[in-house]
Design a protein around this ligand. Sequence first.
Ligand code: CP
Length: 328
Amino acid sequence: MKLPPSPTLTAVRWTRKHLLGLEDLSKEEIVAILDTADSFSEISRRDRKKVPALTGKIVFNLFFENSTRTRTSFSLAAKRLSADTQDFTASVSSLSKGETFIDTAKNIEAMGADVMVVRHPTPGAPHLLSRHVEASIINAGDGSHEHPTQGLLDLMTIRKKKGTIAGLTVALVGDISHSRVARSNIWGLTKLGAKVILCGPPTLVPRSLEGLGCEVAYHLDEVLPRCDVVNVLRIQFERAAGGSFPSIAEYSHFYGMNQRRVELARPDLLLLAPGPINRGVELTPEVADGPNSAILDQVANGLAVRMAVLYLVSGRKDAPSPLSESFS
Ligand code: CP
């Protein structure tokens, strides 16, 4: 079978051992990850969806919070790069016997982990680990702080669909206060030159967020005609966000994306949602599954972003051809 030509990776000077958040990254570093992810996305179109770039490396998933997309996406990304992968499940671990988070991680490192992908309900938990272990740490979501690979896959989806990010107006709608996705989007979008509007109930969108260079708005219908992209955020009921408005019905009335609201926006509106989505709450099924929605494109792009991040933090960037199919 004739294979498509392999694009070469963008020449990047990547020096970071960890990916803890987009706040820390320069515009050039973010673009380098996106360019690398673009190159890796070609592997998904191959008949044999695997390259030897991380052969011999061990990637551990340490998830202390539930996940569908992020966990499986990192696991699959590591496998596509030929790394050995192992999932750690907190609920059936020796944490219940009193072992500390750091001791647990040190024991996993003693088994040879090169990369630890960490999701934790406490903001800063991955940062703490990065100071106690030698392995590379990737933040897969720390409380309401950051979710850098979600921010990156959102950026990748916007760039692929719109051709650019600079100059676009992007609204993040809903529960901004509790959203790590919002924070990573804010850092990434503003660094790449987008205008960011944060829109939701005043109890979930503090005016102080203007200090991050964003516009704060409380009336979605007034904002929509200016938007190129709307990213609909989930209400974080697990972080008590449900107490911030009178009822789900009222929230949906004022902030839910429905067909009427899509028609208020530009015809080429790009609609994103990080998932999991609550159909009928933050957006209606017809909008979630409609022509403006790129929700499943986000998931596909997430795989390429996570391959890029695993590859870059693993320090194999000088390998002659990371997209090569040959296994020696
Ligand atoms: N978007 C996201 O992080 O989804 P999961 O919680 O399923 O990983």
